[in-house]
Write a protein that binds this ligand. Structure first.
Ligand code: HEM
Length: 449
């Protein structure tokens, strides 16, 4: 019996201006660009991004195939590594297969519930101290204030606070860290003077030197911060992190935790400012709890949890995930050649009308038990990714964001014009270019401690 091989389909290609064509369109309006791409070419298609051919995976089916990676056809090192590798070298997200599994098992020990309870015991007072410095006004810029707040929290929770460095050094470390984050999506990908790339490489050296210098003290300490935890954690079978591992993981963890949490709280402030009924509903639940709730008490903030999920849907802090094919493979019948870089377009999936009725509407109830629109597909809602690289800080990040908004609600009330649409910058992770102007006022009634 003879068989006829099915013709191999290649992903539809789009003629573009080399190097800048789609990159600029994407930076200008990513969602519109992705919708156009999906409507024109379907869930799997080729495009050019930062000068290289990539294949775009859109929609939950294509996302699932790549993220679950059942036949190990995709790796992170060649995908994320191309974008941010020099700055976040050997961070967990840039490791693959056996090596990734080995490191993830050790790092899990730093993200157990008791450890998170330890981190959060310092988180509540640190948030309160940070908010003490907020001077409210009709034109308060929420995004930079939240970015400063979460960076301060990172130094408390991740590095053990002020004993690690003086304020000048912390400012230098913070700048180095920002330079690393911004370097990844620069057009010029060599260290020419004045480029983001060069600043990023310099930033990486500052961070390496900083963490390496503080390792001996952390190894000797009994601190409950994440840095100390990484210096001490050990799996049941005795695996620990080397000094190099601790440095590499710390630098990546800082990045992974900081911007993602900032963006999430920023979107929540925007939506709660534009939807006073939700702000009141969330505040009523927060007022029923102490200022510094336990992890169990945080679980009772049902409305806040719905709002957070909806905000993560509307503005996923990681709007796309990068991979590289390590062998020839197929996704939904389309050939993806070995070596091809691939993006999983989370942002579009979160706005597909076939998954989310009235997708642009802020509607936290869509995640309520009686609706659960996210259940329509395992990969309809994927702000934390999926598969073996799914966010290891999912729970910790949720707790941090919830605790910040909980305190905001108990301390302030705020409003934003209903018609306001934030002008977003998508050059690295998304943020409002105007800093999100908000009318913030201290809450009228006094607060129980
Ligand atoms: C709202 C907050 C957060 C969001 C939306 C978020 C999102 C994500 C996403 C989408 C991924 C998967 C990337 C991929 O597969 O390509 C990821 C991975 C990761 N995240 Fe988060 N993240 C958040 C908070 C955090 C926090 C607080 C930490 C640490 C304290 C963290 C640490 C990590 C790490 C280490 C990875 C890599 C996991 C691996 O490769 O095994 N994240 N995150």
């Amino acid at each position: 019996m003879t068989s006829i091989a099915a013709p191999r389909m290649t992903a539809p290609r789009r003629r573009v201006i080399p190097f800048v064509g789609q990159t600029l369109a994407y930076f200008h309006d990513p969602l519109a660009t992705l919708i156009h791409h999906y409507d024109t070419f379907g869930p799997v298609s080729d495009y050019k991004f930062i000068g290289r051919p990539w294949t775009m995976m859109l929609g939950p089916d294509a996302s699932e195939i790549v993220l679950r990676n059942a036949d190990k056809a995709f790796e992170n090192a060649g995908g994320w590594g191309y974008l941010i590798g020099p700055f976040f070298d050997r961070g967990l997200m840039l490791l693959d297969f056996e090596e990734h599994h080995h490191h993830r098992r050790i790092l899990q020990e730093a993200f157990t519930r008791p450890r998170i309870a330890d981190y959060t015991s310092t988180l509540g007072p640190a948030i309160a101290a940070g908010l003490d410095g907020w001077s409210t006004s009709e034109d308060f810029r929420a995004y930079p204030a939240l970015k400063d707040l979460t960076l301060d929290l990172a130094t408390q929770i991740f590095m053990g606070g002020a004993d690690v460095a003086d304020s000048d050094e912390l400012a230098r470390v913070n700048q180095a860290f920002i330079d690393c984050v911004q370097a990844g999506l620069g057009f010029i990908r060599v260290p020419l003077p004045g480029t983001r790339w060069r600043r990023g490489l310099r930033g990486r050296r500052v961070l390496e030197e900083f963490f390496r210098r503080h390792i001996p003290a952390r190894r000797a300490s009994t601190g409950t911060d994440l840095f100390s935890a990484l210096c001490h954690i050990e799996t049941d079978d005795g695996h620990r992190l080397s000094d190099d591992d601790v440095v590499n993981h710390m630098i990546f963890l800082l990045m992974a935790a900081h911007d993602t949490s900032t963006i999430t709280v920023t979107t929540m402030m925007q939506q709660l400012g534009q939807h006073p009924e939700w702000q009141e509903r969330c505040r009523a639940e927060s007022m029923a709890l102490p200022l510094h709730p336990s992890l169990d008490e945080l679980d009772t903030l049902t409305s806040l949890n719905l709002v957070m999920k909806e905000c993560l849907r509307l503005v996923p802090p990681v709007p796309g995930m990068a991979r590289q094919a390590v062998k020839d493979t197929e996704v939904l019948g389309h050939h993806v050649p070995a070596g091809r870089r691939v993006t999983v377009g989370v942002h579009l999936t979160h706005h597909m009308p076939e998954l989310w009725p009235d997708p642009e509407r802020f509607d936290p109830e869509r995640f309520a038990d009686d609706r659960r629109e996210d259940k329509v597909h395992r990969y309809a809602w994927q702000p934390f990714g999926g598969g073996v690289h799914k966010c290891i800080g999912l729970y910790f990040g949720t707790v941090e964001v919830t605790m910040i908004v909980h305190q905001l609600l108990r301390r302030f009330e705020w409003s934003i014009d209903q018609d306001y649409v934030p002008p977003m910058n998508y050059h690295s992770l998304p943020f409002p270019k105007d800093g999100l102007p908000v009318d913030v006022r201290p809450l009228e009634q006094g607060l129980p401690e």
